[in-house]
Design a protein around this ligand. Structure first.
Ligand code: SAM
Length: 242
């Protein structure tokens, strides 16, 4: 009991520091950071459920766009023994924070080699291993449609047949953008949604809304079919704004 206020205070201080870091990075580059606050616990749990659902099977897992590690912290305790996790993050300051998280995480003592942090763009990542689960935190609706197409087709290629991808999209952003941004920006946003919709039509196995997040978000789960051949890119960006 005596220790409780101390560890509670430590968690609050860590959340505060994380929140500030996120805000500072968002102010530096909102397009890449894609949010003003880290994901909530509810969103992190839903995104990482496919890892938990596999029970004790050893998995290869990829987390893309891990930020300050709010999803990573939920993911690590859910990894079964023998599982490996690659974390890829484009922002150097976030990547170094993630390295510290991995070095100091109590569940990884003596097993740190199972988790690697890559400071890179996910579309350029080459780890040479296919994944059972990919968890994506990328802010797709801030990207060009062609980049989203590249990343989505790379995700499907990186998944084992039967493997799953989860990602989220904040609710209401299209309307907010239509009201506040230029016509070209609104068109770009719609084109990105069309790219994502084509992947959803082809591969989606679930969709949920998380109201307990700032802002509320939709979570999508996609599955690569069990057929042996690698899925072809859907080429959804032909004829839409880049
Ligand atoms: C919306 S934040 C999500 C952070 C964290 N997963 C969370 O849910 O709190 C998006 C993150 O993706 C990273 N990012 C953006 N583009 C990326 C890319 N092409 N490859 C890897 N990371 C990227 C950003 O730096 C940022 O940390």
């Amino acid at each position: 009991m005596e220790n409780w206020p101390t560890s509670h205070d430590r968690v609050l201080a860590q959340r505060n520091a994380e929140g500030w870091m996120f805000l500072i990075e968002a102010a530096r580059d909102l397009r890449t950071t894609g949010a003003i606050a880290p994901s909530s616990g509810a969103l992190a749990r839903l995104l990482t459920d496919p890892v938990q659902d596999q029970g004790m099977r050893s998995l290869n897992v990829l987390e893309a766009g891990a930020g300050t590690g709010s999803v990573t912290r939920t993911l690590i305790p859910r990894l079964s023994p023998g599982s490996r996790l690659d974390i890829v993050e484009a922002n150097a300051r976030f990547a170094s924070r993630l390295r510290r998280l991995v070095r100091t995480h109590p569940r990884l003592v003596g097993h740190g080699e199972r988790v690697r942090v890559h400071h890179a763009l996910v579309e350029q990542l080459e780890t040479g291993r296919p994944y059972d689960v990919i968890v994506s935190g990328l802010p797709f609706t801030n990207f060009a449609p062609a980049q989203v197409e590249t990343i989505m087709s790379r995700y499907m290629e990186l998944l084992h047949p039967g493997g799953t991808l989860t990602y989220f999209a904040y609710r209401g952003t299209r309307y907010a953008r239509a009201l506040t941004a230029s016509r070209a920006e609104a068109r770009r946003h719609r084109a990105v949604e069309e790219v994502l919709a084509a992947y959803q039509r082809r591969y989606a196995v679930g969709r949920w809304t998380v109201w307990g997040n700032l802002p509320p978000a939709n979570v999508w789960q996609l599955r690569r079919p069990l057929s042996a051949s690698a899925p072809a890119a859907l080429n959804t960006t032909a004829g839409v704004a880049q």
